[in-house]
Design a protein around this ligand. Structure first.
Ligand SMILES: [Zn+2]
Ligand SMILES: [Zn+2]
Length: 269
């Protein structure tokens, strides 16, 4: 049994075969998914995309939130909508939110402001947060800002969260663990150059780890370059298993157990 803790199944790339993709996941024993609800961003009528998917499928849960890329588009009406959506019973986390200084699609001060505002809303909704963090090239700028903001504004909530698609250094993982975060590893852990990610996967305690696809992005080897899908999360489990002396199934079981216990879910099947 495996859990894909981070999947974007709402976009056009799945419009032709979404039901088959979810069926293939189940056939590969990927029985639990967290659908990420950023959609196409504020003002596009898609902030409820993950909820819709979760309502249609057993074992699929949802997040709501505004991605840092689209922070500059956020208006008060979008925050009002998110507040309403967050009370849906299928919503178990707020995200993905955070900082992306690599693409800088939104100005950094706006990203920080929208991040802070959503943390406040997640705190009121009593939801953990799913974090996206990407620094600019050869820099730790986004990590520095992110960890500082979380320490000052979130840690005291006791709600914790998930660092999704972890790509930092070992000391970033350690800092996040200290702040009560789970660390989620994606398919890029299988990439030849990603030694820093494998190093982190060697030190994160097995009970603080999730696995994810971040599909349709970042397909693991041997599917690299293709559209990613939840069934491929098994490749990430297999890579972590190699590093930690476990079978892919054992990594799947442990990370699924972590997911259920962190989000306080009862197994539906
Ligand atoms: Zn992300
Ligand atoms: Zn994502």
């Amino acid at each position: 049994m495996f859990t894909d803790s981070h999947a974007h199944l709402d976009g056009k790339r799945f419009d032709g075969d979404r039901a088959e993709v979810i069926a293939r996941a189940k056939a590969a024993q990927v029985t639990t998914l967290l659908a990420i609800g950023n959609g196409d961003g504020p003002g596009t009528g898609t902030l409820d995309c993950a909820i819709k998917l979760a309502q249609q499928h057993d074992g699929v849960y949802a997040t709501v939130g505004i991605h840092p890329h689209e922070a500059a588009l956020a208006k008060q009406e979008d925050f009002d909508e998110l507040e309403r959506l967050a009370s849906d019973p299928k919503v178990i986390a707020w995200g993905e939110i955070g900082l992306d200084y690599f693409y800088d699609h939104s100005p950094r001060d706006v990203q920080q402001r929208v991040f802070l505002q959503q943390m406040e809303m997640a705190r009121s909704a009593k939801l953990p947060i799913v974090i996206h963090c990407r620094p600019s090239n050869n820099s730790e700028n986004a990590w520095d800002d992110l960890l500082h903001i979380i320490r000052e504004n979130w840690a005291s909530s006791g709600l914790g969260g998930v660092l999704h698609c972890f790509t930092g250094a070992v000391f970033h993982a350690e800092a996040a663990l200290d702040l009560g975060f789970m660390i989620s590893f994606a398919g890029n852990i299988t990439y030849h150059k990603a030694q820093n990610i494998r190093d982190a996967a060697c030190i994160v305690p097995l009970d603080r780890m999730f696995i994810e696809t971040d599909c349709p992005y970042l397909a693991p080897v041997p599917y690299r370059g293709k559209r990613n899908e939840p069934a491929y999360v098994v490749e990430t489990a297999s890579q972590i298993g190699e590093l930690r002396g476990l079978s892919p199934e054992e990594v799947g079981q442990k990370t699924s157990h972590n997911f259920f216990s962190f989000f306080r879910l009862t197994r539906s099947n």
